[in-house]
Design a protein around this ligand. Structure first.
Ligand code: S3P
Length: 417
């Protein structure tokens, strides 16, 4: 599908965000091994979460759209190859859970997922005594696992979660030490389910358990989806976009704080806890004076999914913005460093890719162009935001991939214009 996006005069309205993708995957996966019926609402409608639902269904965990029957930590049954589609979170988290089962599983995915690094999850699971092989990714059938202390070389909430899930089944305790604090939804959810989990700074420790209590959770709106509207609302003059019910877990808000520091007007109201997660209503209005962005070191890891749209914002900052420390972008659904350099350069931005990020000189007036989503949902949405501030009509090739995390994205865009 080719999406055509025109320059917007202003954006106005209230956006109903999709449910948080990370929390949705975790609620389904953890609920599938709980003892009893979980109640889940507000799940992400995206194709990635559908992949998780499909895989769990094959493993015997029935989800009817609102309740999930869990038959306990040993309640899953052997299945044929499990198709994780485009979803790295499905593949890595299930690898951790399935490595600890007494049957073998094979996890497969689409072309993009097949290219993504799985050694980072196979490594620690193997250290725990699990049988693993990759590629293709196969795990399980050799138990019991034993606890390890694992210092993660690369910040990754998916790898952390995989090791913690395996740790539920291991003899002795398992700890994960992160180089930088990544999203902690797995830890919060496991704790709410009664798992013996302890968090001390960058270290998370989990003990084995026989039982997880079922969940009752209303998934908050996805802040990584909100990021597109925050940038669009800030850059399109005269805009006012309200986004109620956004998950503002402190491990996910570094991007919003950075936007504020560069001059974006993002207001927050009605802070509350929903199912153990912090939630608020956000509102963005147009920014008046912006400052260039400088991020490097560990900071990029704290806003990894928001970096494509941050690159769009940087094209409008006066002066030189430098975004580094983001080499992980090369191994996402696409090589996001290259994809955003190509898309934004075609639209007239002054952007240079470096090994681990971009150098962007602004502000530049963007021009409509024919660009490619490169099969990557976040690239498609980031380029659509660029199109809203570009002169003319931009065509985004392969825009259907927004289905992965935000199926209503283009409907919401049209409504806001
Ligand atoms: C996610 C973790 C991040 C993120 C991805 C979702 C998660 O990946 O980019 O979109 O739900 O745990 P990494 O663990 O590879 O950093």
């Amino acid at each position: 599908m080719i999406a055509t996006v025109r320059n917007a005069r202003r954006l106005e309205g209230v956006v109903a965000l999709p449910g948080d993708k990370s929390i949705s995957h975790r609620a389904l996966i953890l609920g599938s091994v709980a003892s009893g019926r979980s109640r889940l609402s507000g799940l992400s409608p995206g194709a990635d979460v559908q992949s998780t639902i499909r895989c769990l269904g094959e493993l015997g965990a029935a989800f009817d759209g609102s309740t999930l029957e869990g038959y306990g930590l040993r309640g899953l049954r052997r299945a044929g190859p499990l198709d994780c589609g485009n979803s790295g979170t499905t593949m890595r988290l299930l690898a951790g859970l399935l490595a600890a089962q007494d049957f073998k599983s094979e996890l497969i995915g689409d072309e993009s997922l097949a290219r993504r690094p799985m050694d980072r999850v196979v490594g620690p699971l193997g250290e725990m005594g699990a049988w693993t092989s990759w590629p293709p990714l196969r795990v399980g059938g050799k138990t019991p696992l034993h606890g390890i202390s694992y210092t993660m070389p690369v910040p990754s909430a998916q790898v952390k979660s995989a090791v913690l899930l395996a740790g539920l089944y291991a003899d002795g305790s398992t700890s994960v030490i992160e180089p930088v604090k990544t999203r902690d939804h797995t830890e919060l959810m496991l704790s709410s389910m009664g798992a013996p989990i302890l968090v001390e700074g960058l270290k998370v420790q989990i003990g084995p358990t026989n039982r997880l209590e079922p969940l009752d959770i209303d998934v908050p709106g996805d802040i990584s989806a909100a990021a597109f509207w925050l940038v669009a609302g800030g850059l399109v003059p005269g805009s006012r976009v309200r986004i109620p019910g956004v998950g503002i877990n402190p491990t996910r808000t570094a991007f919003v704080e950075l936007l504020r520091a560069t001059g974006f007007k993002v207001r927050e109201a009605n802070r509350r806890y929903v199912g153990g997660e912090l939630v608020a209503d956000l509102e963005v209005t147009s920014a008046f004076s912006l400052r260039p962005i400088r991020i490097g070191g560990d900071t990029a890891a704290k806003m990894i999914d928001e970096l494509p749209v941050l690159a769009v914002a940087a094209t409008q900052m006066p002066g030189q913005s430098v975004i580094t420390g983001a080499a992980e972008l090369r191994v996402k659904e696409s090589n996001r460093i290259v994809a955003m350099e190509e898309g934004l350069a075609a639209m007239g931005a002054d952007i240079t890719a470096v090994d681990d990020g971009w150098v962007i000189n602004g502000p530049r007036t963007l021009e409509a162009a024919r660009v490619s989503a490169q099969g990557d949902h976040r690239v498609a949405m980031a380029l659509a935001v660029a199109a809203l501030i570009a002169d003319g009509r931009t065509e985004i090739d392969g825009a259907e991939c927004v289905e992965i995390s935000y199926p209503d994205f283009f409907d919401h865009l049209e409504y806001l214009c």
